[in-house]
Design a binder for this molecule. Structure first.
Ligand SMILES: NC(=O)c1ccc[n+]([C@@H]2O[C@H](COP(=O)([O-])OP(=O)(O)OC[C@H]3O[C@@H](n4cnc5c(N)ncnc54)[C@H](OP(=O)(O)O)[C@@H]3O)[C@@H](O)[C@H]2O)c1
Length: 262
């Protein structure tokens, strides 16, 4: 059977242009999510940001402009609230056709000390929310025949780090989840991939940053000899969100300067 004809790719940087696209970015009130929301607007897209701290989100809309950015206050770990979150997220710019699941938490405890409630709290935000948030927007993406899901993995997607039992279980799970979403939704024209960051200074990693020796060890383990700044991930993000990444799906993209290859 002959392959179906494929539209030609826009030339040069136009393949990375997000004009006409709307992204929902969870966890956009700080760190990586905040940086990703900016990158999407810089690439011509519109962004709806979701997190719990409203004043941070308001600040971001002020920075990015209300013509480009809006927010919904949401606890993505409260899975029953997601249909209402999605309804609010559609209001400013229409249905998002890109979902970037960045919201994340952790409990830093040795494996012998982790309680079931602590484990569950991480699972709900880090593993269940990426699916159930994306599900809200799947029907519209399917109807359009185009969609992008970007999840966030970690070095713990493939490597052990101390005190990360719940986190590592979820981030390893993100790999399976991303591949399964990519398979089920591929026929609908939707790609699903995960960015797996190395070490980036954010609120979440503050305890690691504060341990100067450990932070330096992490930098030394990379091929470039430094930890990341969130802008280091923008290239991968925009590729995965745009036409440029249209033939990539089910992949874990490590943006870690070789940490996991070393
Ligand atoms: N920084 C790194 O080196 C690194 C490395 C690998 C992976 N990651 C992953 O990257 C993602 C972002 O982390 P980050 O480093 O940018 O940390 P961060 O600065 O602490 O940001 C976490 C974000 O998640 C949001 N969030 C947490 N729980 C939420 C909930 N229940 N509902 C809605 N939003 C929630 C927070 O917003 P509110 O508190 O306002 O709700 C915040 O915007 C996480 O998945 C993390 O595991 C980070």
């Amino acid at each position: 059977m002959a392959d179906a004809p494929v539209a030609s790719l826009p030339k040069g940087l136009a393949a990375f242009d997000l004009a006409g696209h709307v992204a929902l970015v969870t966890g956009a009130s700080s760190g990586i999510g905040r940086s990703f929301a900016r990158a999407i607007v810089d690439a011509g897209g519109k962004v709806v940001m979701a997190a719990r701290r409203e004043e941070r989100l308001q600040e971001m809309v002020g920075e990015l402009g209300a013509e480009n950015a809006a927010y919904v206050v949401a606890d993505v770990g409260d899975l029953d609230s997601l249909p209402a979150m999605a309804a609010a997220a559609r209001k400013p710019f229409g249905d998002p056709d890109i979902v970037v699941n960045v919201a994340g938490n952790t409990v830093r405890k040795a494996a012998e000390d982790l309680s079931p409630a602590e484990f569950l709290a991480v699972i709900q935000v880090q593993l269940m929310a990426p699916l159930h948030v994306a599900q809200q927007f799947h029907p519209a993406m399917k109807a359009k025949g185009w969609g992008r899901i970007i999840n966030i993995g970690s070095i713990t997607t493939s490597h052990a780090l101390p005190g990360t039992t719940a986190y590592a279980a979820c981030k390893s799970g993100v790999a399976g989840l991303t591949r399964a979403m990519a398979k089920d939704w591929g026929p609908d024209g939707i790609t699903a991939n995960a960015i797996c960051p190395g070490f980036f200074p954010t609120e979440l990693t503050q305890p690691v940053v504060n341990d100067a020796k450990r932070w330096q060890n992490n930098a030394d383990r990379t091929f470039l000899g430094r930890n990341g700044v969130t802008e280091d991930m923008h290239g991968a993000l925009i590729m995965l969100c745009s036409e440029a990444g249209r033939y990539m799906s089910g992949q874990m993209i490590y943006v870690d300067a070789g940490f996991t290859a070393n």
